[in-house]
Design a protein around this ligand. Structure first.
Ligand code: 5GP
Ligand code: ZN
Length: 136
């Protein structure tokens, strides 16, 4: 269930308003809202990129939409261009992180068979080492 909240960033009495599709209990929505820290690589009005807290490759970052979307199976047609822009940003960041020549992997895990552990759509970029295939 998508809940569009107009939440008040009021932890220290600030009156700054945060307009976000905040999903209660979603850790990535909390990162977007600034309620949890992250090592940000990029941010604009519609997406955020940050380092994965538990990297599985020398370069491992995530690109997430600010809009809460559960997973790729629930992506709506109107969000397709947003996901396209997220992939393009992931490409730019992968280049910035030194992975242009050797590449890496742009991955979206989805639901239980995909071992998605955070139910807020995210692109992983993995690089900096040779990766195995097929995935386990
Ligand atoms: P999934 O398994 O859903 O495809 O990927 C979720 C990713 O989010 C995992 O790689 C995990 O390490 C990362 N992650 C989970 N919690 C946090 C967090 O609080 N901060 C950051 N930066 N990454 C997180
Ligand atoms: Zn969320």
């Amino acid at each position: 269930m998508l809940e569009v909240n107009r939440i008040k960033k009021g932890l220290s009495g600030s009156s700054k308003l945060c307009y976000n599709n905040h999903m209660n209990g979603c850790i990535f929505c909390k990162i977007i809202a600034g309620e949890l820290p992250s090592n940000k690589l990029y941010e604009d009005d519609e997406m955020l990129a940050f380092l994965d807290i538990n990297p599985v490759a020398p370069v491992h970052f995530l690109v997430i939409p600010k809009k809460h979307i559960n997973n790729m199976l629930e992506l709506e047609a109107g969000d397709a261009a947003l996901v396209g822009r997220m992939f393009h940003k992931a490409q730019e960041l992968a280049k910035q992180q030194g992975c242009e020549e050797r590449g890496g992997r742009f991955v979206i895990n989805a639901k239980s068979d995909g071992l998605q552990s955070v139910d807020h759509l995210h692109i992983h970029f993995l690089g900096g080492r040779a990766l195995g295939w097929p995935p386990g």
